[in-house]
Design a protein around this ligand. Structure first.
Ligand code: PMP
Length: 370
């Protein structure tokens, strides 16, 4: 059976050039990047070159790139690291629909360390109002953490507007999870204190990500160890993985506009074709074109299963919460019943024919189950 992958928000296929480079590196190098003999120094130099290239691509400084195992670790490090370094300021502003790696880090600070968290709800467009950020800032607010693009409903937040507000509030830092926006929409890290992203969402390797932490921000290391990552993240460098991240990011950013144009065309085509099914509706329009959340009269777990049997891979909630009974906070925030919603997410490798097949399957499934 032909398989159709419509779960690109969850992860993406590894770019062939990235994979080939990684395989070659794996074959050739195994020394510790901190070893003092020539082979170690060679890997170290490649690792630092990668850091430099990533910094240039993101228009930040080399010392501001901290390699991590992905966006979850970057989020935890940014949020808990900053909060625990500043225990005299115990208020944080965030949104109710952040990824679980942000949400649960905040819950931990709230429940175990006595922090007070303001969870902002999105407006009818699914976005966090910058005015709400302004209204809730206090002298003891240490951090504002608002994601760029929501991974469930695709809402794009006005990060530039929010950073301007936080900038005018000395002593408060701004962190943003750019995982679902990077490589798709334009991201400007100027005046953003910290940002997190993951390689596997931009056709890179899993277990690879970055925390951008500007030089003026001090955080408490969560993983203690040696001198790696400026003492902020201990442990033997995952050097080869970190080295290929520079290539991953370069390819993603060089092709960003043309790839997104293709994705946007698919999104528009999907919307047009979905009109043929009056029982189905889009839960949030005008968000990012990489993902579309729809509701149908079929229970999402039944539909997911039916589509799976038809060779189509989609999801009903964030994959990180799919095996826990975790509520879909984003859908709840825009008053959508999560029991009937599914998320379809596109990549430039998807085709209109795949969308046609999806639409035909959905029509059949509605006939069968409703
Ligand atoms: N943030 C967002 C917005 C995400 O979509 C994800 C992945 N689902 C993450 C963070 C976590 O990324 P990783 O899998 O690299 O830890």
């Amino acid at each position: 059976m032909k398989k159709i992958y419509f779960d690109n928000v969850s992860t993406t296929k590894i770019n062939k050039e990235v994979l080939d480079t990684y395989k070659k590196l794996l074959d050739a190098y195994y020394c510790n990047a901190d070893a003092l003999y020539d082979d170690g120094v060679q890997i170290y130099n490649m690792l630092e070159k990668s850091r430099e290239n990533i910094a240039r691509l993101l228009k930040v400084q080399k010392e501001e790139i901290i390699f991590t195992s992905g966006a979850s670790e970057a989020n935890s490090t940014a949020i808990k690291g900053l909060a625990l370094k500043n225990p005299n300021k115990k208020h944080i502003i965030s949104s109710i629909y952040e990824h679980s790696s942000v949400h649960n880090a905040l819950k931990q600070l709230e429940n175990d360390f006595g922090y007070e968290i303001t969870y902002l709800s999105p407006n009818e467009k699914g976005q966090i109002n910058k005015e709400d950020v302004l209204k809730n800032l206090r002298p003891d607010t240490i951090l504002v953490s608002i994601m760029l693009v929501n991974n469930e409903i695709g809402a794009i937040n006005d990060i530039n507007g929010i950073k301007e507000i936080v900038k005018k509030h000395p002593g408060t830092y701004f962190h943003t999870d750019i995982t679902q926006g990077l490589g798709k929409i334009d991201v400007d890290l100027k005046d953003i204190d910290m940002a997190s992203f993951s390689a596997h969402k931009i056709h890179g390797l899993k277990g690879s990500g970055v925390l951008v932490k500007k030089k003026h921000v001090e955080i408490l290391p969560l993983i203690n160890g040696g001198q790696q990552e400026f003492g902020i993240r201990g442990g033997t460098s995952n050097a080869l993985v970190d080295i290929v991240l520079a290539k991953t990011l370069r390819i993603a950013l060089e092709n960003r506009e043309s790839n997104y144009k293709e994705i946007d065309e698919l999104y528009k085509y999907f919307k047009e074709r979905l009109k043929e099914i009056p029982e189905a509706r889009i839960n949030l329009d005008n968000g990012i074109s990489t993902l579309v959340n729809i509701s149908t009269p079929i229970k999402s777990e039944v539909l997911l299963n039916a589509l799976n049997n038809e060779g189509i891979m989609v999801s009903s909630k964030s994959t990180c919460g799919s095996k826990k009974n975790e509520l879909n906070r984003a859908l709840k925030a825009i008053s959508v019943d999560e029991d009937y919603a599914i998320r379809i997410s596109f990549d430039y490798e998807n085709t209109k024919e795949e969308i046609d097949y999806f639409i035909e399957c959905l029509k059949e499934d509605i006939k069968k189950y409703v």
